[in-house]
Design a protein around this ligand. Structure first.
Ligand SMILES: [Cu+2]
Length: 158
């Protein structure tokens, strides 16, 4: 009699242990997505980058000098757009804080100098992007060749 009762308690304890084990094993692995190829937006006077799902889309774009880039917040939360800590001088006051870049709001900046400019959302630090600004080429001489890599060299500090 007592032996049967003890076995019953053991089964109950094992069942509870199994339940706890199931609930404790629900962690998910973080996925690392490789950087996408930059979107070629040369030849356009204006270009839009979406802030959506805590990502800038496209995260990398190539535009001509003089192009106005507009960031649009498509998320339900506020973001900001700021220079990355190691970014070049953008050639003007760059950035918008979260108070002016809430859901549905936009921010525009006209790139007046060539270079590769890195920016980020300081609230969601994994949210970042770059704009590669190149001197426009005449349509008759544009052979679709590679872009000069020289523009990424940071200017010396002084
Ligand atoms: Cu953000």
């Amino acid at each position: 009699m007592t032996a049967t009762r003890t076995r019953g308690l053991l089964v109950l304890a094992l069942a509870m242990g199994a339940l706890l084990g199931v609930t404790a094993c629900s962690s998910s692995k973080a996925k690392v997505t490789p950087p996408a190829a930059p979107t070629d937006a040369r030849g356009r006077a204006a270009f839009t980058i979406d802030a959506r799902g805590n990502q800038f889309t496209p995260a990398a774009a190539i535009v001509d000098v003089g192009t106005t880039v507009t960031w649009r917040n498509d998320d339900a939360v506020a973001h900001d757009v700021e220079k990355s800590a190691d970014a070049l001088d953008f050639g003007g006051t760059f950035g918008v804080d979260a108070g002016k870049f809430g859901p549905g709001q936009t921010y525009s900046f006209t790139f007046e100098k060539a270079g590769t400019f890195f920016y980020t959302c300081t609230i969601h630090t994994l949210m970042s992007g770059k704009v590669e600004v190149v001197a426009p080429t005449s349509p008759t001489t544009n052979t679709g060749g590679p872009i000069s890599p020289g523009a990424e060299t940071p200017s010396p500090t002084g």
